[in-house]
Design a protein around this ligand. Structure first.
Ligand SMILES: [Zn+2]
Length: 162
């Protein structure tokens, strides 16, 4: 995926997350959109820094880097939400390119990809970005409304196990 796609995905995803966090759609929603949107957008740009420093799609396109950005706020009290941008960058690069990313770098240099990915230059790249963003928001909404736990509980009730 190109930088334009990464930035648009990050902005739309952040606005959606802000709406989930503050569904009142008032000043609190706008404030949340800015509070979430800036770090998520910066996070979405970070992985491609490895085009200049390191090996592209390896050095900053891997799970250890994602874990680092996920854990960092817990220790230092800042950079919250940056990991969301990094994670969505990985998702877009997996689906929005024909080349994979080295998820387990530096332990393994193999690049992982999905067979349904489209080239970043494809005319379908923009539509794919919209679909991925929509899917990410559906997942975020399901988590925000505690859907997985509710589904398990209702499945257990229906099967007579609870
Ligand atoms: Zn990338």
């Amino acid at each position: 995926m190109n930088k334009r796609g990464h930035v648009l995905n990050a902005i739309v995803l952040s606005v959606g997350l802000a709406c989930l966090a503050h569904p009142t759609l008032d000043a609190a929603t706008v404030r949340a959109a800015v509070a979430i949107g800036v770090p998520v957008t910066l996070g979405a740009l970070i992985p491609d820094v490895d085009t200049a420093f390191g090996t592209h799609r390896k050095t900053l396109h891997n799970l250890p880097v994602l874990v680092l950005f996920f854990v960092y706020p817990h220790y230092f009290g800042n950079l919250q939400f940056v990991w969301i941008g990094v994670a969505t960058h990985y998702v877009l690069d997996l689906f929005g390119s024909k080349r994979g990313i080295a998820l387990f770098y530096p332990f393994d240099r193999a690049e992982f990809d999905v067979p349904v990915g489209v080239s970043a230059r494809s005319r379908y790249a923009g539509g794919l970005m919209v679909l991925i963003t929509a899917f990410e928001l559906v997942v975020a909404a399901a988590l925000a409304y505690d859907l997985p736990r509710r589904l398990v509980a209702s499945g257990l009730r229906a099967s007579g196990l609870a």
